[in-house]
Design a protein around this ligand. Sequence first.
Ligand code: CTP
Ligand code: MG
Length: 231
Amino acid sequence: KSIAVIIVAAGKGERASLDGSIDPKQYRPVGGKPVLARTVQAFLDLPFVTSVTAVIHADHADRYAALGFSNERLLAPVIGGTSRQASVLEGLKALAPQRPDLVLIQDAARPFAPPQVIGDVVEALERFEGALPTLRVIDTIKRSLDGRQVAATEDREQLFAAQTPQGFRFGQIFSAHMRASTIRRQFTDDAEIAEWAGLRVAMVAGHVDSFKITRPEDFARAERIFGGDIA
Ligand code: CTP
Ligand code: MG
């Protein structure tokens, strides 16, 4: 089975930037190595991965080149779009001529991608059309219509937080994404597009350290994970 990986890295990282002058989050170092370099390497390290494609911002081509990768399984970067959804679609379009069997879609901003979790996602695709890692929600979740008054308390037993990589059969997610791009609705992850298209999506156990670097303080947490890592 051929397994392609798309790493979406075309965002501006606005919530992680304190003053707008520092590098976008995916190019900032954690444990001495840029976030995106770590994410790419995590997938290149897996022998069952056929190819890796990074989707980058048009303004970041020099930054991407400066990562210095040279690997025959790392394909040329693709320029993303104005939303995460649009960036994933650009990655899928670039892979279409190769028609991989499976595709894994990963946030660049999640540099810690445990091999066990990635393997579990791939394995789940033997029985399901999509798969993603999830974590049980820890906080009690309130629903509110106006953000002021509680309307309801959700049943936490039924709530799970979504992570990446999210895996799919290539042809199915490509056609679902193409159709999703023709309607107004914006989808927050690829599994939601799969669900909307009627595909059966499995959940596997995620990892607490596979969180998405989103705000400035998340770098301190990432440093604690990679701090002892000299690679
Ligand atoms: N992403 C992308 N193309 C976009 C927007 C986001 O490829 N137009 C990617 C980001 O680079 C990131 C992942 O999608 O790896 C998750 O998005 P998010 O954490 O929201 O990153 P940003 O959009 O860059 O951050 P922010 O929303 O704070 O600006
Ligand atoms: Mg964003």
